[in-house]
Write a protein that binds this ligand. Sequence first.
Ligand SMILES: *Cc1c(COP(=O)(O)O)cnc(C)c1O
Length: 219
Amino acid sequence: MDSIASRLRAVRSTLPADVKLVAVSKFHPAEDIAVAYAAGQRLFGESRQQELTAKVAALPADIEWHFIGHLQTNKVRQVVAAADVIQSVDSLKLLRTISAEAVRAGLTVDVMLQVHVAREETKFGFLPEELTEAAAEALRLEGVRLIGIMGMASNTDDNERVADDFRRIRAAFDSLAAGVMADRKEFTEVSMGMSHDHAIAIACGSTMVRIGTDIFGSR
Ligand SMILES: *Cc1c(COP(=O)(O)O)cnc(C)c1O
C-alpha cells in the first residue's frame, strides 16, 4: 500500500503550481494529518465542527483550516474560533450568523459562497442567480471577507456534464468578479474539484481543489 506521503506527492504532481490543494482530512485521525504535515502540506479541510475543534487543538498552529461541510448556525461560534476559511456558506442566515460571531470574537473570517449547480442532487448552496445578492450582503457585513466561491459537480460518470457544471461555477465566479466584486483583490478563489473529478475542474478554471480519498484513502 502507498503511504499518505507518497499519495500526497502523486496528487501534487498532477496540480498546476497556481492551484491550491486542500487536503480533506475529515474522518481521518490527527496522526494522518501529522504525516501529511510532515510531508509539507499546510492546508486541510474538515466538514464537522467537533472534529475540527479537536484537530485544531491537537495539531501545529501554522495549519490553515478550511471548513467545507454544511454548517448549522448553532455551531458557528466554534467554527469561527477554529477555522481560517469557511468555504460552505450556503444561506444568508448562515452568512449573517458568521458575521455576528466574528464581530463578537473580534475576528475577520474569510468566507466563500457555496453555489449549487449539480442538477439531480439535493445539495446545499445558492443558485447562481442568487449570488450577487449574497455577495453584496457579504460586502455590507463586518467580520467576513469574501474570497471566492465553492461548488460541486453532479455525481455522474458523464464527464461532459461534470465539465458543464464546473464551467457554470467558474462563470458564476467570473460574473461576480466583473460585477459586485470588481476591484476586490481578495476575491480570487474558485474552489472546485474532488478526488474523482479534479482534473476536469482544473481544466474548467478551478483555483483550489479539495482532495480527501486520493491522499488519505477511503473513509
Ligand atoms: C469530502 C469532501 C471532499 C473530498 O472528497 P474526496 O472524494 O474524498 O476527495 C471535497 N469537498 C467536500 C465539500 C467534501 O465534503
